[in-house]
Write a protein that binds this ligand. Structure first.
Ligand code: NDP
Length: 240
């Protein structure tokens, strides 16, 4: 059996592609999700990847879920903090509930996902922490003060974890995807989608698999000296 990898939000969208890519690379993969049982079951039936339900915003639930994954598969050596949500609104209309929901899931959720596995990684002198941030954490985005704050926060998290983990053989890196063709993006009206694509110099959306392959590389032994880095995968949109 290969190394054990946990992918939060690993049953849909980008996370599902990451789970598949890691399985194909030989990892024993656990994919967590929040509540969409139907999607999780379909994903698990199709891929044979075990799914687990917990809310990443809840520390105790995350700890219990991670304990269960480790009891089933063994110590987690690769953790991909991918679960994330949006609650968009222009700042003057953003409610404290919208702010808190996104902070709790996208930022505190990363703490809740990495903190329980960190002591084991330190003990075993090996670990890979990969956080899925966003282009909007790098450049900001209209109506996404909450989301951009969390995704910029991810970059601070990995840079700090990298310094704490380096001597213990742990790397921590972030990936900042641009617009990726997930259900969420494909569901927007075609006209809006065309205007989004018009802002991407590559002239197309990214594919979930293109993010998944970055994750598989960062998880591999070949990436051992890459630590505290950010990989931007956005079709050159950031540089417009
Ligand atoms: P999706 O909405 O397609 O999937 C989100 C996944 O996260 C689902 O599996 C969902 O579970 C899970 N999830 C959501 N909230 C929680 C929670 N509180 N606890 C546990 N799991 C949760 O998202 P994407 O694939 O589009 O996005 C994945 C990541 O990539 C996110 O962090 C997002 O911010 C980032 N990203 C996405 C981009 C894009 O263009 N799509 C661009 C840049 C970054 P369930 O199925 O149960 O709902």
């Amino acid at each position: 059996m290969g190394r054990v990898a946990l992918v939060t939000g690993g049953s849909r969208g980008i996370g599902a592609a990451i789970s598949r890519a890691l399985k194909d690379a030989g990892y024993s993969v656990a994919a967590s999700y929040a509540g969409n049982d139907e999607a999780a079951k379909a994903f698990s039936d199709e891929t044979g990847i075990k799914t687990y339900k917990w809310n990443v915003a809840d520390y105790e639930a995350s700890k219990a879920g991670i304990d269960q994954v480790e009891a089933d598969l063994g110590p987690i050596e690769v953790v991909v903090a991918n679960a994330g949500i949006t609650k968009d609104a222009p700042f003057h209309k953003m409610t404290p509930e919208q702010w808190n929901a996104v902070i709790d899931t996208n930022l505190t959720g990363v703490f809740n996902t990495v903190h329980p596995v960190w002591p084991g990684m330190r003990e075993r002198k090996f670990g890979r922490v990969i956080v899925i941030s966003s282009i909007n954490g790098q450049k900001g985005q209209f109506a996404q003060v909450n989301y951009a704050a969390t995704k910029a926060g991810d970059l601070g998290i990995v840079k700090s974890l990298a310094q704490e983990g380096a001597r213990a053989g742990i790397t921590a890196n972030a990936i900042c995807p641009g617009y990726i063709a997930t259900e969420m993006v494909m569901a927007v009206p075609e006209k809006v989608r065309e205007s989004i694509i018009g802002q991407i110099p590559a002239g197309r959306l990214g594919e979930p698999e293109e993010i998944a392959r970055c994750v598989a590389f960062l998880a591999s032994d070949d990436a051992g000296f890459i630590n505290g880095s950010t990989i931007s995968a956005n079709g050159a949109q950031f540089f417009v």
